[in-house]
Design a protein around this ligand. Sequence first.
Ligand code: DGL
Length: 281
Amino acid sequence: MGPIGIFDSGFGGLSIFREIHHLLPQYDYVFLGDNGRAPYGDRSFQEVFDFTNQAVRRLFDMGCPLVILACNTASAKALRNIQQNELPHMDDPTRRVLGVIRPTVERVSNLTYSGHIGLVATRATVSSQSYDMELAKQQAGQFPIILTSRACPKWVPLIESGQLNSPELYREVKADLSVLLEADPEIDTIILGCTHYPLITSLIQQVLQELDHPEIILMPQGTPVSYSLKDYLLRHPEMECRLTKNAQTRYYTTGDVEQFEQLATLFLGHTEHIRAEAVTW
Ligand code: DGL
């Protein structure tokens, strides 16, 4: 028995963890941020796979029977490979790894009225075409979904370094959203397809106002991922009974512990200062 593992390349996974913890507070969690090697978004397929696989194994070693990849880049580039080729050969093949893309896609097709969806994400996620492929499966019986994607490689490095209110981030967000909305002005829903982006929701909303698109619905992933996890645990009692329930969370980072503690406390909106521990590979 053990906690649920939550993994991200850095701080972004906290936006998913916040919602999971809110919905399922009874469980124990281990959050692991690979801040020391973030961002993953411009890394090669092999690197993202190797780093993610290493993190998943570390969370298994820490006793987690279930790991959530709270990262689109890792979900897009490594999840299937880990599920199909790594898990069956591990000493305990009953452990499980889940991602964030499918729960998001299942929800977004119910949100859009026009069928025109925008995606902002890392370069790795956009180039993987994971959203295009998953959304294509949602089309049956509905109006066709038209997805327009924009890779935003500058956003994550600025968020990771804590520059959330910087003029540089504002300029980048405005430039990328302008290009996205010029490519398809009929977009009514934008998927925040990187778990770092909900950390700058108010900036994105401000820019959409300035671009005369205040009506656009932003789709962060915390809610669909947490409800999908709840549903998964209801459908899989053999996994649910392996999860410890003491409402405890431990935080680990491969980056600077003090910076992690400060930003994690801010992002999670905690009144108490979060304590984290260092992890090395
Ligand atoms: N937060 C991650 C995602 O959802 C990765 C960002 C990065 O490391 O570039 O894609």
